[in-house]
Design a binder for this molecule. Structure first.
Ligand code: SAH
Length: 262
């Protein structure tokens, strides 16, 4: 399927949040091996811009205010991250299966969580959101969106099959500031710490100590967590000079956070 080069979504042009290559970042591997939706409707490449803009309008109408987040959501082609049979649903506000019993998160949840991350105290410094750790790469969609908002992204996945799928999906995008790791994200990734933001795409029962340790002072953690009566809620934890502050937000539905690799 041909993907004509088109200008980005208008909000993107003025954005100061374009990814900056990290010093010493790995050179991206040559493009061309990504799995593209083989059965995408004819003209989808062109149509997807309009469909994506409508998705962004819906996100804005639902309360997402960050221009950086809206332009990143407008800039990443979600249909390239889902199986060909699901391409027509790629811009609906729904989670979709990505294999190995995992799902790509809903666009509204991705946007909401990244906007929360941008609220980190240290994201107010010049340069905006610095280094971010994502737990649960899945198909790599959220990592790609994060790559347009944060200076550097480390994304870790415990299932080798999905880690490889994400690699294939991201390779043609050449996001030099997005680093994919295979491992148990419950340990975090100490080599990249401290993080301005940590974002989890899988929900556990307790916040792993490693995440709290690896957060920068002024940094923010956004994660689904099981709380009272087995209800999963969105948790925001800020690390300050004087300790941690925690906010419990709306109910959410994420796949479980599991330990170990497979
Ligand atoms: N952000 C992803 C959503 C993936 S779903 C996307 O855009 O597609 C959540 C992912 O978290 C699953 O792939 C699951 O395997 C992974 N996961 C669960 N526990 C994990 C852990 N301890 N470390 C790393 N990844 C984990």
């Amino acid at each position: 399927m041909s993907q004509p080069k088109r200008p980005g979504f208008p909000a993107w042009i003025a954005s100061s949040a374009a990814p900056k290559p990290a010093a010493g970042a790995r050179t991206p591997v040559a493009a061309g091996t990504a799995q593209r939706p083989a059965m995408a409707p004819v003209g989808w490449g062109l149509d997807s811009v309009a469909v994506r803009m409508r998705m962004v309008q819906r996100l804005a109408a639902s309360g997402i205010q960050s221009q950086a987040v809206l332009s990143a959501m407008g800039g990443v082609e979600r249909h390239l991250f889902v199986d060909s049979a699901l391409v027509n649903q790629a811009y609906e506000d729904t989670s979709l299966p990505i294999g190995l019993q995992q799902t790509i998160s809903k666009p509204s949840v991705v946007a909401r969580m990244i906007e929360l991350l941008e609220g980190a105290e240290c994201a107010r410094a010049p340069g905006g959101l610095g280094r971010v750790l994502e737990i649960g790469t899945g198909c790599g969609y959220q990592a790609a969106v994060l790559g347009r908002v944060a200076r550097e992204v480390y994304s870790i996945e415990r299932l080798r099959g999905l880690h490889e799928k994400a690699r294939n999906n991201l390779r043609p995008l050449r996001l030099r500031n997005v680093h994919l790791l295979f491992g148990d994200g419950m340990q975090g990734y100490a080599q990249g710490a401290p993080y301005a933001g940590i974002i989890a795409a899988a929900g556990g029962d307790a916040v792993p100590q490693a995440w709290l340790d690896q957060l920068a002072v002024g940094g923010r953690l956004v994660a689904p967590m099981v709380r009272n009566a087995g209800q999963q809620v969105l948790l925001v934890i800020d690390k300050t000079l004087h300790g941690f502050t925690e906010s419990v937000l709306e109910a959410v539905h994420f796949v479980p956070l599991k330990s170990g690799i497979a």
